[in-house]
Write a protein of this length. Structure first.
Length: 255
């Protein structure tokens, strides 16, 4: 089994693959219900980074380039078929940089990038360095962003285990910023929450500098993480968008 990908039940081999990259401190579990919501002509492939969930015993990455090299090598055979990348927050940065790496070496590219809750990568990193935050300051910051679910906050052992993972993921995010890359020949669809305290509409609109073709911004109700709490509005927009890339035609207008 590929360490990054969970086993997938029987799926149409001709379906469009949707590779989903998770946020900092997160895992692949929030995406496991997406197959039922987006299928049957889409195969959802959640990507799980090491150091969490079933990969909890594996060493984590704290820099972007070694992570990209490992992802590229181990996902390469799965990226030969038509696919789209979806990335939320840190996942958006990873999805973009993985596409850039593959473009540099002439490998198959995603039909599109769908970026959620993530400012364009040439913009300054909006958070203080993790080295400047003690555990209590980091917890306050993450709580304000809605990034620490109640079950973790209520169990000290879970919180203690989560903080090192979050710190390394935030180091990856900071390392991925302010690194100029040529624009990609892939459309970029940027989604954001209207009450997101971390990423605003201008931050999302700036993704237009990273594509030579189509880009757009879609603003949804909620904050930085509410798309995963209330997925209906996100799915209502993803379904026609993914149908377009599964059976190309005019890009659907704003819903």
């Amino acid at each position: 089994m590929n360490g990054y990908l969970d086993p997938v039940a029987a799926a149409d081999p001709e379906s469009l693959r949707l590779f989903c990259f998770h946020h900092a401190g997160g895992g692949s579990s929030p995406y496991r219900g997406w197959q039922r919501a987006l299928g049957p002509h889409i195969t959802v492939r959640p990507v799980l980074l090491p150091g969490r969930e079933r990969r909890g015993a594996e060493p984590r990455f704290s820099e972007i380039e070694p992570l990209l090299a490992d992802l590229d090598a181990r996902l390469d055979e799965h990226l030969a078929a038509p696919h789209v990348f979806f990335g939320h927050s840190m996942g958006g940065l990873i999805a973009h940089r993985l596409a850039c790496r593959r473009h540099d070496r002439g490998a198959t590219l995603p039909a599109a990038l769908i970026i959620s809750g993530c400012a364009a990568p040439h913009l300054p990193w909006p958070l203080p360095p993790v080295e400047a935050l003690d555990d209590m300051a980091l917890i306050r910051l993450l709580t304000d962003l809605g990034g620490l679910p109640a079950p973790i906050l209520e169990v000290p052992a879970l919180l203690t285990a989560a903080l090192p993972v979050i710190r390394d993921d935030l180091r990856v995010c900071a390392d991925a910023r302010n690194d100029a890359r040529p624009p990609l020949p892939c459309p970029i669809h940027a989604f954001g929450g209207e009450a997101d305290p971390l990423v605003d509409e201008l931050d999302l609109a700036a993704w237009r500098e990273h594509t030579t073709v189509h880009s757009e911004v879609r603003i949804l109700p909620g904050d930085h993480f509410s798309q995963f709490d209330r997925t209906d509005s996100l799915f209502d927009r993803l379904r026609p968008l993914l149908r377009h890339y599964a059976t190309p035609g005019p890009v659907p207008a704003h819903a």
